[in-house]
Design a protein around this ligand. Structure first.
Ligand code: ADP
Ligand code: G6P
Length: 479
């Protein structure tokens, strides 16, 4: 990818996220390449930013490198450096071994370390300074996700003229869990630096409002918090989405259509293709779905001649202990199922531990008959929406965990409790044997939902509400 150098001027619209949309990778021969960063945050925000004349402040994915701001594809990117120790303590530690498991219902054990918190403070301050440096007078700054929850307050202290929004891409936990955090008051206060705090679901906003009252003794009325400095902050739900039209178009290109046919042929034209697509993360319920499929094969409910499972898993947070354990467990489970039930040329499970271009994702979504999305907890899950958007044929079934935010919107999916393996098996079989008319009826309703509530609508709703906030106004003391 071509990069152009010069220092970007100040911007009127600034997104601040732990990651830039592109990652800097040094290849074995020493050359530098830039790749799309992993995860749903970047998938969702990239199209929003390409429609705006804005700047994106974030880390470029490699430690111990200070890079100058640059322009990529018309977008101003402002890299924030992290040292090796900060990657360990702020990113792998506090963000991904404390907050990530805690906010996902404690599906893994959160670790609490005071040095990690110190690094979180230091790095959040650095992001706030970078944002303060690039934001024009009276600009709008939109801070993203759990890695940067202190930035709104830190930024407001430095730049009271700014309009500040915050969006949390992951679930906001029940108060009982959140209260385990030794730094719970600091986090609530950090978020309250924003004028508008967005969550995926109304429950998250309610949990947050309860904490603002209980922990910081703030007055709240409806979704509004009244702060001692006279400001107000609102907490509301904005379920995130995707650029549905772009995915649909991509799925319709001759290259993707042909690739989808090729994948089907390479699998040996099975009657039913099941598909899983995730970052390799313990919240995604990958083990549960593979176990369910393995049992269906072992019991003879599915015949490996007829049914194939394709699981693609992007490597993720590979130095964090829980992720290493998960990788080993999945390797073992897949090996065991293929070893026990496979035949020559027909391993029931095709498992690919790697990241692919979006076109390949679109081809996989097109090839699949049944998309299996079974997180134990997920803020939204964009994979489910991408699958739906790519189904130009109006066919295909979605098996979806009721613990994904997407289940609140995609109600015509086959909803499952991923902890209930028998229930999961029954739903996978029900989806596999559903009449075409039934599959199409469900898919039609889901496509309507995804296309009507796409990423533009999400961004519009958030930014319109944020515009109504006047950061400099005294709160109405009478209401
Ligand atoms: P999360 O943000 O937790 O990773 P989401 O489902 O919301 O979960 O978003 C995941 C994003 O990453 C989607 O845009 C999906 O297409 C992409 N993705 C997942 N697995 C892969 C893969 N193996 N290769 C390329 N992209 C992937
Ligand atoms: C989720 C998080 C994002 C994160 C992404 C990828 O989508 O909400 O904030 O960027 O996962 O994870 P990573 O740790 O690789 O940035």
């Amino acid at each position: 990818m071509a990069r152009k150098a010069p220092q970007p001027e100040r911007a009127d619209f600034v997104v601040v996220a732990n990651r830039l949309p592109v990652d800097r990778v040094v290849l074995p021969d020493g050359t530098v390449d830039w790749r799309t960063s992993p995860g749903g945050l970047v998938t969702a925000l990239e199209p929003v930013m390409h429609g705006q004349d804005g700047a994106w402040v974030g880390w470029h994915g490699a430690p111990d490198e200070t890079l100058e701001p640059f322009t990529d594809d018309g977008l101003k990117l402002v890299p924030v450096p992290l040292s090796t120790q900060e990657v360990e303590e702020y990113y792998e530690g506090f963000s991904n071994a404390t907050l990530w498991p805690l906010y996902h219902d404690g599906v893994a054990f959160p670790e609490f370390h005071r040095e990690w918190w110190d690094a979180y403070l230091t790095v959040n301050r650095r992001f706030a300074e970078a944002a303060a440096g690039i934001a024009d007078d009276g600009a709008t700054v939109w801070v993203q996700d759990y890695q940067l929850q202190l930035v709104p307050q830190m930024l407001r202290e430095r730049r009271p003229d700014l309009r500040i929004g915050f969006f949390l891409h992951i679930p906001f936990p029940p108060t009982e869990l959140f209260l385990q955090l030794p730094w719970r008051r600091e986090i609530v206060a950090g978020l309250l630096g924003a004028d508008l705090i967005g969550f995926q679901l109304p429950g998250g906003a309610q949990n947050f409002l309860r904490l603002a009252r209980g922990q910081l003794r703030m007055d709240t009325k409806g979704d509004t918090v009244r702060l001692p400095d006279g400001r107000t902050a609102r907490a509301r739900a904005y379920p995130i989405s995707i650029d549905a039209r772009a995915f649909e178009e991509m799925a319709g290109t001759p290259e993707v259509v042909q690739r989808a046919e090729q994948i089907h042929a390479d699998l040996g034209h099975p009657k039913t293709v099941f598909l899983g697509v995730d970052r390799l993360d313990y919240t995604k319920g990958i083990k549960q779905r593979i176990r369910a499929f393995g049992e269906l094969i072992a019991e003879g409910a599915l015949d490996p001649e007829d049914a194939a499972f394709v699981q693609v898993a992007t490597p993720s947070r590979e130095r964090v202990e829980e992720y290493k354990l998960l990788r080993d467990e999945i390797d073992r489970l897949v090996g065991q199922i293929n070893g026990d039930t496979g035949r020559i040329g027909r391993p029931p499970i095709t498992y690919l531990h790697s990241s692919f271009p979006r076109e390949e994702m679109a081809a996989l979504y097109t090839t699949a008959d049944i998309m299996v999305v079974t997180p134990l907890r997920d803020g939204m899950n964009l994979v489910a929406k991408e699958f739906v958007a790519c189904r130009r044929d109006g066919d295909g079934a979605l098996v979806l965990s009721e613990f994904a935010g997407a289940a609140k919107e995609l109600k015509q999916a086959y909803l499952v409790n991923p902890y209930d393996i028998n229930g999961l098996k029954a739903s996978m079989m029900e989806a596999a044997s559903a009449p075409e008319a039934e599959r199409k009826r469900r898919m039609r309703a889901m496509r309507k939902q995804v296309f009507e509530n796409d990423i533009d609508r999400w961004a519009d709703r958030f930014l319109t509400d944020l515009k109504q906030a006047d950061p400099t106004a005294e709160a109405d003391q009478t209401g």
